[in-house]
Design a protein around this ligand. Structure first.
Ligand SMILES: C[C@@H](C(=O)O)C(=O)SCCNC(=O)CCNC(=O)[C@H](O)C(C)(C)COP(=O)(O)OP(=O)(O)OC[C@H]1O[C@@H](n2cnc3c(N)ncnc32)[C@H](O)[C@@H]1OP(=O)(O)O
Length: 523
């Protein structure tokens, strides 16, 4: 709130405040009263009245005096400066000048201090920038270090710890029984080791049941369910492997067994490039037999007998997976497998003949590119089954076509066809029916080879004289590029989104509405 300001004049002279509020004194009322009556008597013009009101001293001058004043500058100045209002105004002006001078001096006297402060601020800013970049570097290191400690890796380590302490206590027991260990030694150490064993075991039990933690036993449980297989041909074509879903009697629907096999293949492919935590591709250690032979850079995903995949095998689901708990297990395994698939240093293309439904459509989104035949249909039928995608396909579809298009596609279960898929940016290549895998290979060949035109032999600009030599791209460079791209998805935010999708799916799968819909589909 502003306070009423008073005229303020300090002992050391005028302050800034005083200048603003110092006004010239009002005309002298006595003089004014006396003179105005005289003026009125002489019938002055209104302009003259104003002059007389402001400077009544002029009234005491005769016409001749005034003419003298106007003709003599010295006399005029001395008369002018003798007028009370002018004297006052000049005094105020002088005070202001002195005041301005004082405050200018004060400001100047602070210049050094100001410069020092400015320098200090600059130094602090530089130090802050340095600290910030150190923090960023440390965060990067932390992120890299933490990657090796993902929940599932930690769980696996914990389990191997359980096994180790179990084996150690067994060894100790047999040493004791064979007389190699004294009783008191045995009792002391055996108790300690068993304690560690039980503690670790208890931890495994707690962690296993946490959402989003994938336990290896889930893969093994699912492996027992259903038929079909997933095969991988690492030498389908130079630099390109072919992954095929095989359950032809059921439109390549994915059984639990096939899910486990898909995960196994991703495990193997993960060993293709071993790079250090900073992603140095020069520290590549090719350990995989498959890779030694073919230097893979690409992978085509397809289904047997001219169709892609009709999603989860509903016969298996009906008998084994139609509970919230098992639905969550399936979702965890499939999310993990497809996430890891996306992180591989390989460029992937889904070659989609026939149908890709439900989970099949989700698989299509896990690839970098999509080659679809003129007659194929990709449908997210999850909502019709009273669920949402649970294999990470919801997130991936949003990333490919944007939220609004994803909402339309998943909300209506309308098919994505070759044509509308192309318009949406979902489809990259359209192939004649039965030609998808071939076209996907041709598409990937552009990443395996590059053309080098030899123009020396022609030289006249005529295309007929240009020889094209196919060269093999640097495998490390192409893989490095894919690693770079996939890194954008390897963030906590991305993983949290997947976990959210998993939770939403888990809250719908196995509920009455979903069970009824599945049973209706599988009469
Ligand atoms: C987990 C969730 C998710 O998205 O996350 C899901 O995936 S839920 C799964 C979503 N998927 C679906 O709802 C697909 C349902 N299937 C269909 O709409 C259809 O079968 C088509 C795929 C369009 C094919 O139709 P078409 O008339 O050509 O053949 P069809 O229906 O006679 O199918 C041939 C045989 O394959 C079986 N079959 C087809 N899809 C199956 C599936 N997903 N699970 C188990 N069996 C399936 C049929 O029952 C039939 O078996 P028989 O010869 O013994 O009769």
């Amino acid at each position: 709130m502003s306070q009423p300001q008073e005229e303020n004049k300090s002992e050391n002279g005028p302050t800034t405040q005083s200048y603003e509020f110092r006004q010239p004194p009002p005309p002298n009322p006595q003089l004014y009263d006396r003179q105005i009556s005289t003026v009125l008597a002489t019938t002055l013009t209104p302009e003259q009245v104003v002059i007389y009101e402001e400077f009544p001293e002029i009234l005491t001058k005769s016409k001749e005096d005034l003419e003298d004043l106007l003709s003599n500058d010295v006399c005029f100045d001395s008369f002018f400066e003798s007028i009370e209002r002018i004297r006052h105004t000049l005094a105020v002006r002088d005070e202001m000048r002195v005041g301005n001078e004082t405050s200018a001096k004060e400001t100047l006297s602070q210049e050094n201090e100001l410069n020092q402060l400015r320098q200090h601020v600059q130094e602090q800013e530089n130090a802050l920038i340095k600290l910030n970049s150190t923090i960023q570097e440390k965060l990067k290191l932390q992120q890299n270090a933490l990657q090796r400690f993902s929940p599932s890796v930690l769980l696996t380590k914990l389990k191997s710890g359980v096994q180790q302490s179990d084996e150690l206590s067994e060894q100790m027991a047999s040493s004791f029984l064979s007389g190699e260990l004294e009783t008191d030694q045995f009792i002391k150490h055996f108790r300690e080791i068993r304690k560690v064993f039980h503690l670790r075991n208890a931890k495994v039990e707690i962690v296993k049941n946490k959402p989003g933690i994938l336990d290896d036993s889930i893969r093994e449980e699912l492996r027992k369910l259903g038929h079909g297989s997933v095969t991988f041909d690492p030498k389908y074509s130079r630099g390109i492997g072919l992954l095929t879903l095989q359950n032809p009697e059921r439109h390549n629907a994915l059984s639990g067994k096939m899910m486990a096999e898909l995960s196994d293949i991703v495990d193997k492919l993960e060993n293709i490039v071993k790079f250090d935590t900073n992603g140095n591709l020069n520290n590549v250690n090719i350990v995989n037999e498959l890779d030694k032979e073919n230097n893979l850079i690409g992978i085509i995903v397809t289904g047997s007998r001219n169709t892609f995949c009709s999603g989860l095998d509903l016969s298996v689901a009906k008998d084994h997976i139609l509970t919230p708990e098992n639905g969550k297990k399936m979702s965890l395994l499939m999310q993990d497998t497809l996430f890891r698939f996306g992180q591989l240093p390989l460029i992937s293309v889904a070659a989609v003949e026939g149908h890709a439904l439900g989970g099949g459509a989700e698989l299509v989104t896990a690839c970098d590119f999509r080659c679809i035949s003129e007659t194929s249909k990709i449908r997210f039928v999850q909502v019709k089954m009273s669920v949402i995608p649970g294999w990470g396909g919801g997130k991936r579809l949003i990333d490919i076509v944007g939220g609004v298009n994803a909402l339309k596609i998943m909300g209506t279960s309308d098919p994505i066809t070759a044509q509308n898929g192309l318009e949406l940016g979902f489809v990259d290549v359209i192939a004649p029916h039965g030609e998808c895998v071939n076209r996907a290979r041709e598409f990937l060949n552009r990443y395996v080879y590059f053309s080098e035109r030899d123009e020396r032999k022609g030289g006249n600009g005529n295309d007929d004289n240009i020889n094209e030599n196919k060269k093999i791209n640097s495998v490390k460079a192409v893989r490095g590029l894919k690693l770079l791209i996939s890194r954008t998805k390897n963030s906590e935010e991305y993983k949290n989104f997947l976990l959210y999708e998993h939770e939403l799916f888990g809250s719908l799968w196995g509920q009455k509405e979903n069970v009824d819909a599945v049973l209706k589909t599988r009469k």
